[in-house]
Structure formats: structure tokens, C-alpha cells
Ligand binder design. Structure first.
Ligand code: PEP
Ligand code: MG
Length: 363
């Protein structure tokens, strides 16, 4: 386990006494969660659940679910995934021992789980005992021209609520299990991605609440939890005062928010952004350091409007910028409660958060 000791450890202690913002981590594996804890992370700010479905044989159960003909078929596969997700979450809750854990509902378009090349299609068809032609047809049906603006995020939970219900059940059952085992209260924070409309959040939240009620009744254990949303679309930032009626927290997904504000694909940007920087069109890669004037303005608007509706609205950031020192300074100024970054950036984030609070005379 990495440890922070000696002079560096002492510097970190000073930083912790100085900073106002909390520092969480983006993690979905037990190894990352443990490493982040040893670096001083104060919870998980983003657990990207999709990564958990790629492990070992799970990917084939996931594919079986996606390829199912109807809801009953999907539910049968989801029932197989439930115990696996439950143990994933229980382990993260145990490692975090009462610290906040934000779990995001499935986000990527479903075709990301399906094979692409002819070779892969043949392989997967054999593993699932289905005809290659049938699999190819289903892969073709799920094809999207702009997948990052397509059938993903909360749109999936609205089309297939059974997926969100399975994930919510896994979260609540794991919370009960971990609370019994560790004796520490577990308050899961469930995060709905890519929300642009309050009605989207309301639809998914109603499903989450129904599952919570059922698990509480079955287990006889009271579970406190929060439901919140990511702010990844300019519309969500502009309508934050309305969305905050249904959200107990906002987490700024600045990777997508940068993509959607600039209209620049985060996956293709490297092809021309270096030329932009070279020619002085932009000073920084906005996917690395927050674009303070544009994306930053949307963050300020969302924070101000969201808190106008709900003054205790919890605000965080979980895009890559949450580990970038200059962006962390911006987050301090914008009044965010926490930043969340990859495990190895946690110490830098602790220092940057302290420096930002110091500069602002908050100390
Ligand atoms: C984001 O969009 O900033 C985010 C954290 O989500 P992801 O990178 O998984 O899209
Ligand atoms: Mg995102």
C-alpha cells in the first residue's frame, strides 16, 4: 500500500488543516479505493459502474442482457448480475468505512459492450450460443452515428428501467450488508448521469425510491441515501434551479460538460487541439484545465441557481479537472464542497485545495 509519511505526510497534514473542500476519489475497484484511502481520499466521488461489467465472464452476461428479446429476458440476465454488483458495492462501502460513496448509474451506450470486428462477433456468438447473423443484426441495430450524444446516461435508465432497478437494489442491499459488517453507517449517494431535464431525473429517481422502499421493508434496516445528478449538459446548468428541486447533490462531469459546451468530441480532440495550442487559438487543452470563461461560467450559474432552490445542495466535481490544480482553485472560488479525482492525484488535490483556500483568505 502506498503511504504518505515523513515530511510529505506532515505537509499533507498542514494542507488538510487549511483546506475547506473535501477531496474524494474516482474509483470502482477495491485496489483503487484502497490506494486512494491511503493517499487521504475522503470518500468516492465517482464510481463508474460500467467498468464492473467488463470483468471476466460478466461481460457475456451483460451481452446476454443487451441481446435479450424482451424485458423478461433482460430481467433474467440482470438477476445473474445482481449478486455480483452487490458484492462490488459492499466491498467499496467496507473500504470507505462510513465515508461518502457516490455510485453512478450505467452511463455508456450499450453497444460499447458488444463485439465490433467480424472475428469478435464470431467469438461472442459461439460463447453465447447464438447465430452470428443474429448477433450482427443486433449490433447493427444499436449502431449510433454520434454515440456520445446518443442513447446513454439516464436515457438508458428511461428505456430500460430494469437496469437502474437492478443497480439500485445492489446498492441498497450492499449498504445493509456493509453497515452490519463494519458497524459504520453507510449513506449511498446515487448519481444519475447525463440529465438535461428535471423529468428525466424524476423518472429515474422514482424507480430508485421504489427499490429503496422494497429493500428497507425486506431487510427491516433503515437506509438513508441521497439521489443526485451529474451536470454534464449546458441545459442542465442553465436549468439547475429546476433540477435542484429533485436533486440532493450535483456533481460536475466536466469531461462531458467541456465536450458539450465546446461541441468538441472528447475522443477526437487530440487530432487538432495541439494545433490550436500551437497557433494560439486556445492557451490550454480545455479537457485538461477547465475553460474558466465558458465551462466555468456554466458551473457558476449551476451552483448559484441550484443553491437558490436548495441552499444545502451538495456540489462536487468528478471530471478529470478535479485533479488539476488550477481547476481546483476555480472550484474553491465557485463554492464547491468537494473535488473528486483519480487515486494518485489525491495528494496534489489536497495541496491545491489548501492553497486555494489560503489564497482566498479563508484561513
Ligand atoms: C464526466 O463526463 O466528466 C465524467 C466524470 O463522466 P465520464 O468521464 O465517465 O463520462
Ligand atoms: Mg460523463
Amino acid at each position: 500500500q502506498p503511504e504518505l509519511s515523513g515530511d510529505f505526510g506532515r505537509l499533507m497534514e498542514w494542507a488538510d488543516r487549511t483546506r475547506r473542500m473535501k477531496v474524494r476519489t474516482n474509483a470502482e475497484t477495491p485496489a483503487d479505493a484502497r490506494a486512494a484511502r491511503s493517499f487521504g481520499a475522503e470518500g468516492i466521488g465517482l464510481c463508474r459502474t460500467e467498468h464492473m461489467f467488463f470483468e471476466g465472464s460478466r461481460i457475456n452476461v451483460m451481452r446476454e442482457m443487451i441481446l435479450a428479446e424482451d424485458e423478461a429476458g433482460r430481467r433474467a440476465s440482470l438477476a445473474k448480475l445482481l449478486p455480483m454488483q452487490r458484492s462490488d458495492f459492499a466491498e467499496l462501502f467496507e473500504i470507505m468505512h462510513g465515508l461518502p460513496v457516490t455510485i453512478r448509474m450505467l452511463d455508456p451506450p450499450l453497444h460499447e459492450f458488444l463485439p465490433k470486428s467480424d472475428e469478435e462477433i464470431a467469438e461472442v456468438a459461439a460463447a453465447l450460443s447464438i447465430e452470428e447473423a443474429v448477433l450482427r443484426r443486433r449490433v447493427d441495430t444499436l449502431h449510433e452515428f454520434n454515440p456520445m450524444l446518443g442513447h446513454r446516461g439516464c436515457r438508458l435508465a428511461i428505456s430500460y428501467p430494469e437496469i437502474a432497478e437492478m443497480q439500485a437494489r445492489a446498492i441498497f442491499e450492499a449498504a445493509v450488508e456493509a453497515a452490519k459488517k463494519t458497524g459504520a453507517a453507510v449513506v449511498p449517494e446515487i448519481m444519475v448521469p447525463l440529465v438535461g431535464l428535471k423529468a428525466e431525473l424524476d423518472y429515474v429517481k422514482a424507480r430508485i425510491e421504489a427499490v429503496a422502499k422494497a429493500v428497507i421493508a425486506e431487510s427491516g434496516v433503515k437506509i438513508d441515501y441521497l439521489v443526485g445528478t451529474m451536470i454534464e449538459l449546458p441545459r442542465a446548468a442553465l436549468r439547475a434551479h429546476v433540477i435542484a428541486e429533485s436533486a440532493e447533490f450535483f456533481s460536475f462531469g466536466t469531461n462531458d460538460l467541456t465536450q458539450t459546451t465546446f461541441g468538441i468530441s472528447r475522443d477526437d480532440a487530440s487530432a487538432f487541439l495541439s494545433t490550436y495550442i500551437q497557433k494560439g487559438i486556445v492557451e490550454q487543452d480545455p479537457f485538461v484545465q477547465l475553460d474558466f470563461d465558458g465551462v466555468g461560467e456554466l458551473i457558476r450559474i449551476a451552483a448559484e441557481r441550484g443553491r437558490r432552490t436548495r441552499n444545502d445542495l451538495k456540489l462536487g466535481i468528478c471530471g478529470e479537472h478535479g485533479g488539476d490544480p488550477a481547476s481546483i482553485h476555480f472550484c474553491e472560488d465557485a463554492g464547491l464542497d468537494y473535488v473528486s479525482c483519480s487515486p494518485f492525484r489525491v495528494p496534489i488535490a489536497r495541496l491545491a485545495a489548501a492553497q486555494a483556500a489560503f489564497n482566498n483568505g479563508k484561513v
